[in-house]
Design a protein. Structure first.
Length: 99
C-alpha cells in the first residue's frame, strides 16, 4: 500500500498537478504576462488578459472565477480577487488593480 501511495504521489508531481491556487496565481499575474503596448486602450488590455487566462486557467473553479471577474466592474473584481489572494496566501494580485 505504501508503495502505491508513493507511485501516485510521484505521478502527480510529474504531471504537475494543477489546483485552484495555481489558477488564482495565473489570474492575479495575468496583466504582467500579456504582450500589449503600455499605451493600449483598457479594452484591448482586458481582451488580451482574457485570451491569456482562457489558455492558462485549468481548473473548473479557476474558470468559474475567471468568468465571474471578467463580467464584474473594477471595484467588484478588486474586492473578490484581493479576498481570495489573502485567503490563499498570495501576496500580490495585479489583476485587482487593472482598469
Amino acid at each position: 500500500m505504501r508503495r502505491r501511495v508513493l507511485i501516485v504521489a510521484a505521478a502527480l508531481t510529474l504531471t504537475g498537478c494543477h489546483n485552484f491556487r495555481d489558477d488564482l496565481i495565473i489570474i492575479c499575474d495575468a496583466p504582467d504576462k500579456i504582450d500589449v503596448p503600455a499605451d493600449a486602450k483598457p479594452a484591448a488590455r482586458l481582451q488580451a488578459i482574457g485570451a491569456y487566462l482562457d489558455a492558462n486557467v485549468k481548473t473548473k473553479e479557476g474558470r468559474e472565477l475567471m468568468y465571474a471577474v471578467g463580467g464584474a466592474n473594477r471595484s467588484q473584481r478588486s474586492k473578490v480577487l484581493r479576498g481570495l489572494a489573502t485567503k490563499y496566501g498570495i501576496m500580490t494580485c495585479h489583476l485587482a488593480d487593472t482598469n
